[in-house]
Design a protein around this ligand. Structure first.
Ligand code: ADP
Length: 286
């Protein structure tokens, strides 16, 4: 099935097809009178990397924030497969393997959403922000363990051990007791990524993860994201780095004017865009 194809399955079959990830239909969002998302349709498959590209102000970040409930859409639906286990300790992810889930939760944003539905949405993903968004008054280790301990109620010792292993992986063991202001932008962003991983999400959301970095620090962060993609993490990445999108993303969606104008296999979309608006955008950048 190509990414742009509409889903053909229904009911329980949907849950299997989704394999724990997200399907978005007709998503709408306004800020006051500014209609930012017109109608967004998107499916994020298991183990897939989707890059959102498009002009500044087209709605990419808003889509990302709607995917994990940081913004509440005004209309449309998001389907997530409900975990069959308890919140917190259950939110496990094994790269390359499907989560333990069988039942779909459909959140209809035109209707009243429940706290349980929003928790299901928020538990699925973790966000890596453009400006890192680390807590300035907490150390690196405290930043990483905060969410798993306070939000997911997992045991401090277990979370700390996991956090230290993740920090070692990204070469930041010696910074565990440092504060964010003592780190370079690249180091802060690697902490931001570790913090997201520590939540054991099924889906990683990256909002322009390198656009605030000095050019010489971009490579390290992109390499880490590529490693995670190669391990089978599912991701949605808002990026201006088209070369990176070509290399890392399976699919690219071109966003313009609050809709997805074109969505296809990455290399295909970059090489041979089907829509004039996509062509014009790529022409300016490539
Ligand atoms: P992109 O990521 O493609 O640059 P955004 O999703 O950040 O686009 O923004 C799309 C539009 O929504 C812009 O016009 C922006 O000003 C507006 N917008 C985004 N967030 C807010 C907000 N919290 N309040 C008001 N307007 C917002």
């Amino acid at each position: 099935m190509s990414p742009a194809d509409p889903p053909k399955t229904t009911g329980q079959a949907d849950a299997a097809a989704l394999a724990g990830l997200l399907r978005v239909r007709g998503l709408q969002k306004s800020f006051g009178s500014n209609r930012v998302l017109e109608s967004v349709d998107l499916t994020v498959g298991r183990g897939r990397v989707l890059a959102l590209i498009g002009p500044s102000g087209s709605g990419k970040t808003t889509i990302l924030r709607c995917l994990n409930g940081l913004e509440l859409p005004d209309g449309g639906t998001i389907e997530v497969a409900a975990s069959t286990t308890v919140r917190g300790a259950s939110v496990g992810h094994t790269p390359g393997r499907g989560p333990n889930s069988a039942v779909l939760v459909t959140i209809d944003f035109a209707a009243k959403t429940t706290a349980k539905q929003l928790a299901a949405l928020r538990d699925r993903s973790a966000m890596v922000f453009q400006h890192y968004n680390l807590f300035p008054h907490k150390t690196v280790l405290q930043n990483v363990i905060e969410g798993p301990v306070v939000v997911q109620h997992r045991p401090v010792a277990e979370v700390t051990a996991e956090a230290l292993a993740l920090l070692e992986r990204v070469g930041l063991t010696d910074k565990r007791d440092s504060y964010p202001f003592e780190l370079s932008g690249g180091q802060q962003q690697r902490v931001g990524i570790v913090r997201a991983l520590a939540l054991r999400p099924q889906l990683l959301l990256f909002d322009e993860p390198t656009s605030a970095l000095d050019p010489e620090l971009v490579g390290d962060v992109l390499r880490l994201i590529k490693e995670l993609a190669d391990e089978g993490w599912s991701m949605v990445i808002v990026t201006h780095e088209l070369e990176f999108a070509r290399e890392v993303a399976h699919e690219i969606a071109f966003v313009d004017g609050g809709t997805i104008v074109e969505h296809g296999e990455s290399k295909q979309l970059l090489r041979n865009p089907q829509q004039e608006r996509t062509r014009q955008f790529l022409h300016r950048l490539l």
